[in-house]
Write a protein that binds this ligand. Structure first.
Ligand code: NG1
Length: 470
């Protein structure tokens, strides 16, 4: 797995890896001339075909790992520190000491994702093999071709690739690693579920994945014959910091508040629902969840109003539902919470995922497309995570031949995903290029024709993350 740099470069070139790997190797050689042996890991991004904002509620998703990835060249050493550079100079160099308590850089610093991986692996080792601590230091050079802030999980791919470096000698089971990193990525301050890490680690070439949570179960799902998945970037950055992070965490809290209301409504008839800690538990215990959902009070609601309905002290409800993983409390949004609409999205979306996996399994492309369209409407109207650009893009994708199209990932910008028949794909890409990127987006730093393949492309499903063996 570790080879002298020159030998690694020669072998990578001979097996025909892309330009990206060679660029990573060149930069590694320039930045760390003292290093002798080097290893290489890769981790793919993912596109979510259907199942948005269900994962952190314990409900299923259907993503696929895509042919855009993070690649890291690394050289281990005994320094106890990690030195990191990126092929793209806009990401500053950084270094940090490995320990059981790695302090974060400022919010939004890209190396926090690498720290998240190191911290998670350290925590795992401290329980399962303390004799392997401290973890050895390393020099890392990171490159990638997943557009950042676009809902294609460049951040989780970075976490996963980094974790493969730190865990290379530890023998952590893949499913366990996916669960570990889902929690581990929360180090950066988002409250996400486990879809991205699982898709990046467990991707299967040629297949989408149906992923269930608690416990994590991953099943390959073949896409309908003759259909492709296209991705189109709205060019609205959906960063994980600032307003987008607050909006994301607000949705998580609204789901928790909705769960409290649902439990309150159902508990008289079905006392066991009080045990539910996630919407997933609630729907398992309450077959009649649709009726309960109908009788929830409409939003917007304040925490005080919800506490009043549920019959708990406001402070207790805040502690239970508004506390984030870092211990801080979410600030109540000025325009109130929308627990009913958010639960309506999540619960119907989970149902769509089940039906989408069945439709894909029997090759029913039309039904799969229809469910993707329905998902977008629910994301836009009930979860309110779309934006005018994404709505326009989704609309254009459908008008130019997609069987279904929807926003993908956390939303608030980023990419749209579309299901398209193979023979329609070239025409669709051409028409969307003209109508969206040339006509609709006149002011937003338009992509040049040479950038086209990075913003509008057909993607294929690939295998999950691995250490490169050449
Ligand atoms: P992206 O699109 O990568 O920000 C986020 C969460 C997922 C999932 C989706 C919405 C993280 C790392 N990822 O994905 O777990 O909740 O939003 O479906 O927080």
């Amino acid at each position: 797995m570790l080879l002298p740099i020159g030998e690694m470069e020669k072998r990578l070139a001979s097996v025909g890896v892309g330009e990206l790997y060679l660029t990573v190797m060149q930069k590694f050689r320039r930045e760390f001339p003292e290093c002798h042996d080097v290893g290489v890991v890769r981790a793919p991004g993912r596109v979510n075909i259907i199942g948005e904002h269900t994962d952190y509620n314990g409900l299923p998703v259907m993503p696929m790992a895509i042919d855009r990835e993070i690649v890291i060249a690394f050289s281990p050493d005994n320094s106890g520190t990690v030195e990191v550079v990126a092929t793209d100079d806009t990401y500053p160099k950084a270094h940090f000491a490995l320990s059981g308590n790695i302090p974060k850089f400022e919010t939004g610093h890209w190396v926090n994702y690498i720290k998240a991986a190191a911290q998670a692996v350290w925590n795992w080792a401290s329980v399962h093999c303390p004799d392997r601590l401290p973890l050895s230091g390393a020099k890392l050079c990171v490159g990638g071709n997943i557009p950042p802030g676009s809902g294609l999980s460049s951040s989780s791919a970075l976490v996963v690739a980094s974790a493969l470096v730190f865990a290379r000698d530890l023998n952590i089971d893949r499913v366990e690693l996916a669960e570990l990193l889902a929690k581990g990525e929360r180090y950066v301050g988002t409250e996400g579920g486990g879809m991205d890490q699982a898709a990046s680690l467990m991707g299967k070439a040629g297949n989408a994945l149906k992923i269930d949570f608690f416990p994590l179960r991953i099943r390959p799902v073949s896409l309908p014959h003759g259909c492709l998945i296209a991705v189109a970037n709205s060019m609205v950055a959906a960063s994980k910091t600032g307003a987008a992070r607050i909006a994301f965490n607000t949705r998580v809290v609204e789901c928790r508040l909705g769960l409290e209301l649902l439990k309150h409504i159902s508990k008289h008839r079905n006392p066991r629902v009080v045990e539910a800690t996630l919407l997933k538990d609630y729907v398992c215990l309450e077959p009649d969840w649709r009726a309960a959902l109908d009788s929830l009070p409409d939003g917007p609601l304040t925490v005080a109003q919800i506490a009043d309905v549920v019959g708990v002290a406001e402070g207790e409800l805040r502690r239970r539902c508004l506390t984030l993983r870092d211990g801080s409390q979410l600030t109540e949004p000025k325009n109130g919470f929308q627990p009913k609409k958010r639960c309506l999205h999540v619960l119907t979306e989970a149902d769509r995922v089940e039906r989408a996996a069945q439709a894909a399994g029997r090759g029913d492309a039309v039904e799969l497309g229809r469910l993707m369209n329905e998902s977008h409407s629910s994301c836009a109207e009930n979860y309110e995570i779309s934006c005018p650009e994404l709505d326009c893009l989704v609309d254009l994708l459908r008008r130019h031949g997609a069987l279904g199209a929807r926003l993908t990932g956390a939303g608030f910008g980023g990419c749209a995903v579309a299901l398209v028949r193979q023979e329609e794909a070239p025409g669709l890409l051409e028409a969307v290029w003209t109508d969206y990127y040339r006509q609709f987006l006149p002011t937003r730093g338009l992509p040049t024709p040479s950038q086209r393949e990075h913003v509008l492309f057909v993607t294929k499903a690939v295998d999950g993350a691995c250490v490169i063996e050449v």
